[in-house]
Design a protein around this ligand. Sequence first.
Ligand code: PRP
Ligand code: MN
Ligand code: MG
Length: 176
Amino acid sequence: MEEYQLVPRIKPEELQKRLDDLAVRINRDYEGTSLIIIGVLKGAFIFLADMVRRLSIPVEVDFVRLASYGESSETSGKVKITKDIELSIKDRNVLIVEDIVDTGLTIAWYLDHLRQYHPESIKVCALIDKFERRQVEVPIDYAGIRLEKGFLVGYGLDFSEKHRNLPGIYEVQFQK
Ligand code: PRP
Ligand code: MN
Ligand code: MG
């Protein structure tokens, strides 16, 4: 078992402030209409839960689970859906909610995939826009926090499925 430490990066209160700001923008941008929110499992579940409780527009919530092909930890860009959404998005405003955009390959593929169902609009909301390893340009319409790099866990983000339950964001640092 590899040893590592968790170093605090973003406090819970700071996260909640960023969510307040995002929610103000989303409520304003979608005023007078309604939204289908698609959370990308598993990472987005906490961010989504905290976000939807701040929205005053009518929302419907659905989930997709996306997985990269292959066993390598590096994203390959080839994505498959292991649990699909159940709502129809035709002619609807769609907001995809992600915990983190890293290489961008997952969200780029999914955006492209959803277009075949002819939604009225599609936007992306990500708690963390981590840009150092970005491989494809993706529009992140609502980004909570921009960070250059770091192996992050907490608030939905995992390391081998652990630490998703931490209320803040931590950086994994491996012992030398
Ligand atoms: C992580 C994260 C994003 C994706 C970002 O999910 O939650 O969904 O990777 O990576 P990318 O921008 O490089 O494509 P992961 O596949 O680890 O699944 P999880 O959400 O279940 O942890
Ligand atoms: Mn994910
Ligand atoms: Mg993960």
